[in-house]
Design a protein around this ligand. Sequence first.
Ligand code: NDP
Length: 323
Amino acid sequence: MTAMVVERLGPPDVMELRDVPVPTPGPGEVRIEVEAVGINFADVLAVAGEYLTRTKVPYTPGMEFAGIVESLGEGVQGVSVGQRVAALGGSGALAKYAVVSAAGLIPVPQSLSGAQAAAFPVSYFTAYHGLKTLGRGVAGEWVLVQAAAGALGTASIQLAKAMDMKVIAMASTEEKLQIARDLGADVTLLQDDEDRVQKVRDAAGGQGVPLILEVVGGKRFQESLDMAANQGRIIVIGNASREQANLRPVELMKRNLSVTGLWLTSLMYDRAATAEAAQALSQLVGSGQVTPQVGPTYALADSARAFQDILDRKTTGKVIIEP
Ligand code: NDP
């Protein structure tokens, strides 16, 4: 079968299309015929060797995907051949077939297309945990969503509005801000607006924002501290700038701020939190209140271009690759 293979870490064009053996599911695993792969900023960082965990090469990228169950390993129960599933695995989805632990299967409403199902798990579970599990957002409260037209950003706006929160959305272009408004953002602001700190504080009633989903990092992290309300909660979800941030704990003391890290991979081991998120999300998606935002779609052979377009901030919604 064809698959994208990375033999040395680096920029997106290190990925090469190769012919590799079809993987065999071991005990507790399933083999899925891949319909659509959701590409995350994390995939780009993993290929570059800059992700939270070390990337071992050679490997096939692709951690989030949807497809049809094609064969079951020993001892797998509760899944049938022919069923459409979404899945989260560490890697391996940029291929015709992928093998994943049955524990990595994510229930998705059957109303979703393959691309929508592939756009769902990472962004929506992360948004849920950022807004609710860790962010403790409540109805009527303001939340700041950065990179608002991206995969996580669009998920965060939709979920925040479903929670009756008020959203300030930031993004780099007017076109991206229009996407945020179309999804219900109450206030939108260009990421490079000169008066952005004051404007964000003013939008939230002059008091600053009680909840911030921080995905840019670097020097923008300091700005998030400045935009936060007293007792504000800053959930650190990403570092798209790939720059280091400085955090002076004393600054947190002065305004009783809290900074909480969020990594979906380790949160998935929290069974109670995962079950709660899965139930809430499947109800919201099933009722049509929330719809995964499918962005540009690429063929497997164009994977490097898809990755580069994410890095170049050209994409909105979830980038999809169809093997
Ligand atoms: P997106 O679809 O949001 O694409 C990344 C976006 O980040 C860009 O479109 C761009 O939006 C913004 N950005 C800001 N600064 C830069 C920069 N210097 N270079 C490139 N992009 C920049 O990707 P994802 O939804 O996959 O991820 C969004 C963020 O959330 C990432 O930081 C990612 O690592 C993080 N994340 C973390 C998870 C976790 O478990 N902790 C899970 C999921 C996502 P704009 O042009 O509007 O600024």
